[in-house]
Write a protein that binds this ligand. Structure first.
Ligand SMILES: Cc1cc2nc3c(=O)[nH]c(=O)nc-3n(C[C@H](O)[C@H](O)[C@H](O)COP(=O)(O)OP(=O)(O)OC[C@H]3O[C@@H](n4cnc5c(N)ncnc54)[C@H](O)[C@@H]3O)c2cc1C
Length: 343
């Protein structure tokens, strides 16, 4: 049995960020990932995610502001750009709430109409009189590079990262937690479970009931000159978003539109969702081929109110920050989970 200070279960973006944060606190940490880092069965794979300040709740605006500073720190350490600023657009019936929350936090924004959008961001084609919120700090997170940067930084600070090592059981004891894996066991003062859509099943084995619902979501990539394309969210039921994804085209997704699913099952794309996205692209953009280049799936782990679960049960820290919008906060959440693990 190997003794460490802390064990982190799951090497998606949240586990990688937490491992780095713990290592930077001088702790001896092991990160256990059941597959290879960057695999496509969970929530963190792919080239890009949206970074945005624009939220209807000022708490999330504040978290995004703090996260951006932390992303810039990681960029400096990694020597590579991780958040590329493009500006972002929001439309929809309740976007005035986002403007109020931005104002409360002193973040800049501008109301523009559809004609201005067409002039500034040519492939976008919104009705001339559309009321559009423009926020200049939005952008694209280079997702796979972000995971690699957290992991490299964690390993440089002494963390042990073990791939293809599935945690099969967790045993809480009086002063430590034992984690069992087929390749050997680990004992730590505490463990952090950042197991994404697998967390509910794993935690149920130690009688922690995680109130989440994993859904399999589909994203599609369309041929488009994205050189002047900002991030874009059309709030509705479901909300639809798009972002430039370098080398892949325009990435489009529907927010919480997929079926409840088991991450261990096969993962077909949802053809109806792809069809709706094709129609949306045709309506909102000009010169974009309605037939996607390709599409893929990704898991959301949803709470009812779409807030995150970050909590400590005895010596077990649980991090389930998803509901389809957690990536942008990863450096901040990693720091919080590390603080929970230490104290
Ligand atoms: C389609 C899609 C679009 C999104 N868009 C955005 C966006 O634009 N902006 C944004 O901010 N967020 C976005 N998100 C949300 C964001 O990607 C997630 O919040 C984030 O990836 C969650 O990461 P995670 O580390 O919690 O989970 P995961 O990435 O699923 O990582 C969990 C890891 O735990 C491992 N694991 C599980 N069980 C075990 C075990 N027993 N032993 C060892 N390892 C185990 C898994 O293999 C997995 O690698 C999006 C998500 C999806 C799916």
């Amino acid at each position: 049995m190997k003794r460490v200070d802390h064990v982190v279960v799951g090497g998606g973006i949240m586990g990688s960020a937490t491992t780095r944060a713990l290592s930077k606190l001088g702790k001896k940490v092991v990160l256990l990932e059941q597959f290879r880092l960057g695999h496509k069965r969970g929530s963190s794979h792919g080239r890009t995610r949206i970074f945005r300040f624009s939220y209807p709740d000022a708490m999330y605006v504040a978290m995004a502001q703090e996260s951006l500073e932390l992303w810039r720190d990681l960029e400096r350490e990694a020597g590579t750009e991780l958040v590329h600023t493009t500006g972002g657009l929001d439309i929809g019936p309740r976007v005035a709430e986002n403007a109020r929350a931005l104002e409360e936090r002193g973040a800049g924004y501008e109301w523009i109409d559809g004609s201005t959008v067409r002039d500034r961001f040519p492939p976008l084609s919104l009705p001339a009189d559309a009321e559009v919120l423009f926020q200049p700090d939005s952008g694209v997170i280079y997702a796979d590079a972000a995971i690699a940067s957290f992991v490299t930084s964690a390993m440089d600070a002494g963390a042990d990262v073990i791939e293809e090592r599935q945690v099969i059981s967790i045993e809480p004891h009086a002063r430590s937690v034992i984690v069992r894996t087929p390749g050997g066991d680990f004992e730590g003062d505490s463990i952090v479970v950042t197991a994404g859509p697998w967390a509910k099943k794993l935690l149920a084995t130690i009688e922690i009931d995680l109130p989440v619902r994993p859904t399999r979501e589909t994203v599609a990539y369309f041929d488009c000159d994205t050189s002047s394309v900002p991030t874009f969210v059309e709030w509705g039921s479901p909300s639809v978003y798009s972002l430039p994804s370098p080398g892949q085209g325009l990435k489009v997704g529907e927010h919480i539109a997929g079926p409840v699913a088991d991450p261990d099952s096969d993962q077909p794309v949802d053809a109806q969702s792809v069809q709706r996205m094709s129609e949306w692209v045709t309506e909102r953009f000009t010169g974009v081929d309605a037939e996607p280049r390709f599409s893929e799936t990704c898991f959301y782990t949803n709470t009812k109110d779409e807030h995150f679960i970050l909590e400590r049960h005895g010596d077990i820290v649980v991090g389930s920050p998803c509901s389809g919008h957690g990536f942008k906060f990863a450096p901040l959440i990693g720091r919080r989970l590390a603080e929970f693990a230490v104290d």
